[in-house]
Design a protein. Structure first.
Length: 50
């Protein structure tokens, strides 16, 4: 019985593990910046809760 390869497996092989780890690092750094600088801003909190 013939089996077909998944179409999504080809593009993932092009991404190196180092690049994926770097992208994950920047995702968490951006999230940390957003939480500490944007959500923790008193003016923004006042706008959200008033």
């Amino acid at each position: 019985m013939p089996t077909a390869k998944l179409a999504s497996s080809a593009p993932m092989s092009l991404i190196s593990p180092e690049l994926l780890a770097l992208a994950e690092l920047w995702f968490y750094r951006a999230g940390h910046f957003f939480v500490t600088s944007v959500l923790d801003d008193p003016a923004w909190l006042a706008l959200m809760f008033c």
